[in-house]
Design a protein around this ligand. Sequence first.
Ligand code: BES
Ligand code: ZN
Ligand code: ZN
Length: 453
Amino acid sequence: MLSIKYKGQGNPIRLTEDKQSYFTGNELIIGIGKKSELNRRKWILIARQVIALAKQNKLKAIALDAKDFDLDTEALVVSIEMAAYQFDVYKSEKEPTLETVVLLNADQKSAARGQIIGDEVNACRSLANTPPGLMTPSLLAEAAQEAAKGTKVRVKVLDRDDMKILKMGAVLGVAQGSSEEPKFIVMEYNGTGPASRKASQDNKNDGPIVLVGKGVTFDSGGLNLKPDEHIYEMHMDMSGSAAVIHAIIAAAKLGVKQNIVALVPAVENMPSGSSYRPGDVLTSMSGATIEVLNTDAEGRVILADALHYAKQYKPKLVVDVATLTGAADVAVGHFASAIFSKDEKLLAHVQQLGEESGDYVWPLPLWDEYEAEIKGTFGDWANIGKSRRSGGAITAAMFLYQFIKNPSTSSGQVTPWLHIDMAPRMTAVEGEHLAKGAAGAPVRLLIRLLDDF
Ligand code: BES
Ligand code: ZN
Ligand code: ZN
């Protein structure tokens, strides 16, 4: 872990308006171009570039002046932490790492917050990067328990028998082809004080924010087995769960004044003699049936039960995070997660928070017209759209919507809901100055949302 100090020795960093960057043997000169042409997005990249160059030059300690960066201290430190991260647990020979950053003229309180957030983003990346044999549903549940140690987050893990009692036929259906036991992880954090008790007397919606994360620890596609170029990296199909686990932990460490729940349906999607099959009809916890047309569209199936489970909390907001569709990646490319909601104000707000946090998002439609796409023939809802390739991210979102839209309160109110398809942001892309592998999206955005909602 990076050590951030507020005084001491390190190779000085100097930003210049030139284009070139080089190391003089003492000073690291970073060419950032014309300052007047920079914006927040670019400053985040510059902060990371500093660290990437320090690593390239095998520097152990650097010293930089927070005032040189047109970035608040929190964002500066988060960016530094993210760029310093490397995943080399399974390498015999480790790359040299940057150990110390001396941060001058920094607001120390913001820096400490930044470090908590950066550490949780990186912990999320490590969970996602862990090989699939070492990150099974059981091990994911253990990791959640381990992460919660010493915090005010309580963790409960439901096993197959618990899920049978709850009639979670969707999660159990996807899990049945794997020899790994499915788990349903429930994390709860109560961050409200006396003030909010007053709010509930005032009849304000005081329910928690519920985060739901897709926890497919390996997505082979099941009997609709993925071809080799698509199966690669499918150990990261639990990235949504890693994000919600570390977002709730970060919120607890930051003392966010909010009640928060994180739910993770965790399964492995495998082909075997006991797998669920195309043609199977599963009865979900809500009672609605799911006609399985493709076993590779498994994420939406497990999330159906998790979203239904979320409603019992009478939440003021439900946010699910999932590496749900390759189609989201086709639609928006690698630089944003696709977001969906019926609430346009919420979408605009989340987009703004995305800009501030660095986890960029972009909305796609969630119109009722798309519902016809997923009407089942022999079950209530089909798990893929009739036009298959067209609007795949939208039909997946529309499928999820069926399981959250039921009135959750006696007054008939619909649960406010946001769906984040983070498949496009599962891994870091070149030029982002981040280590290869998981990008840690959208932990920063979730923390903002929890802090702010
Ligand atoms: N986990 C995948 C989606 C994915 C693809 C995430 C690439 C990250 C990178 C998901 O379970 C899946 O397989 N979706 C299918 C849906 C199709 C069968 C309708 C897809 O996107 O191809
Ligand atoms: Zn799949
Ligand atoms: Zn998947």
